[in-house]
Design a protein around this ligand. Structure first.
Ligand SMILES: *Cc1c(COP(=O)(O)O)cnc(C)c1O
Length: 379
């Protein structure tokens, strides 16, 4: 109890009390403190194993003397660079403190108590949280083969549906829906329902799939004014710590998003870094090549071990360890390998491992082998 004996929980908005907060991956420093390990591979948060482009670090260093100044609240330079890169107008872009902020702002603008927000089973946990924060009813549509069942999502639309969140590829499963499925879906969604297509892993998906297997959401903005595409600099561009992402859509909807965001939501260093990262597409190519090699390295090792995984178009893989998942997770942690349990998604038999460097992947594979061996000996 606090000093004033006020039960503050009675004062909190009721929808807030029910929120299960986002559980981040264990930070390296925490595991170091707990177990005194020195060599740790963090493969838990789909971060970029190559870090960021060296050009980004230089750009930030040059700007350090500006730290006392407020950032450009309109993110003029970043929006111009992105508009060029995507062949859209700057007015079609909202910049966010990570795409996470933008995903939540869409719910705030379009939904409230009594409204419904749709998302798939096993989809990114930020969607149900976004619905809860605004007091809307989150409607989870059962998945098909671990991925989005788009026809079932269409069928779940009611008069109350205001927003639909889709992740392509999805996190944590890595699943994608293909161009045909996507076009059949978006062409049938009522124009009064906002569709948010979360493309946090677009770069990885495009590198691993052809254009029939994977549709680029930006191509559909001119035909569908109710479509919003969200992307991030946290993954392929390696800027997770700076928090910067964007939302692309029709000018009117984007103007409402810009109306509700905080005036200086994206700091100066994030803006400068994002511009610089966008210019260094050579770095992104290296990242994508490393990811494909790493994906193959881990998949081959898993197939030798007879372990199944969900086919993934991202920079991570959900691997099926059956009833041993949590025990394997603990064993990996004790040997300095941090992966992500996904039982909060209802995926109790799986662990999600992010693709790292060749050395980190091998650390994971070798440790997994020895952990599995010691578990089977204990039986
Ligand atoms: C990582 C991720 C994001 C982006 O997060 P940021 O807030 O931009 O760092 C969005 N959607 C999905 C599905 C993700 O996995």
């Amino acid at each position: 109890m606090n000093e004033t004996n006020v039960a503050y929980c009675d004062l909190v908005q009721p929808q807030i009390l029910g929120i299960h907060p986002y559980i981040p991956g264990k930070p390296v420093s925490e595991l170091q403190r707990e177990l005194g390990l020195t060599y740790i591979s963090k493969l838990a948060s789909n971060e970029n194993p190559l870090g960021a482009s060296p050009a980004v670090l230089t750009a930030i260093q040059h700007e350090l003397k500006e730290i006392a100044r407020y950032p450009d609240g309109s993110a003029y330079a970043l929006k111009s660079a992105l508009a060029d890169f995507l062949s859209i107008r700057p007015e079609q872009l909202a910049i966010g403190n990570g795409s996470n902020e933008l995903l939540e702002l869409v719910a705030r603008v379009f939904a409230g108590p009594g409204d419904e927000i749709l998302y798939s089973q096993y989809a990114f946990v930020v969607y149900p949280i976004s619905a809860q924060v605004v007091g809307a009813t989150g409607v989870e549509v059962p998945a098909k083969d671990w991925g989005h069942d788009l026809p079932a999502m269409l069928a779940a639309i009611t008069d109350k549906t205001k927003v639909i969140y889709l992740a392509n590829p999805n996190n944590p499963t890595g699943t994608v829906f293909n161009r045909k499925e996507w076009e059949a879906f978006i062409s049938q969604v009522p124009k009064t329902v906002i569709v948010v297509l979360d493309e946090a892993y677009v770069e990885y998906a495009q590198a691993q799939l052809n254009s029939d297997e994977y549709a680029n959401g930006i191509d559909y903005l001119t035909s569908y004014s109710n479509l919003l595409v969200s992307r991030t600099f946290s993954k392929a561009y390696g800027l997770a710590s700076l928090r910067v992402g964007y939302l692309a859509g029709c000018e009117e909807i984007i103007s409402y998003i810009n109306q509700v965001r905080a005036p200086f939501n994206v700091n100066n260093y994030a803006q400068i870094a994002a511009v610089s990262a966008l210019e260094d597409q050579g770095f992104v190519e290296k990242v994508l090549l490393l990811n494909q090699q790493g994906m193959r390295q881990i998949q081959e090792a898993l197939s030798i071990l007879g372990i199944d995984s969900i086919p993934s178009a991202g920079n991570f893989l959900c691997i099926d360890l059956g009833e041993k998942a949590m025990e394997v997770n603990q064993g990996l942690l004790e040997e300095g390998v941090i992966v992500r349990p996904v039982s909060n998604y209802g995926l109790h038999c799986f662990l999600r491992v992010s693709i790292g460097t060749q050395v980190e992947n091998q650390h994971f594979i070798d440790t997994l082998k020895s952990v599995l061996l010691s578990i089977s000996k204990d039986l």
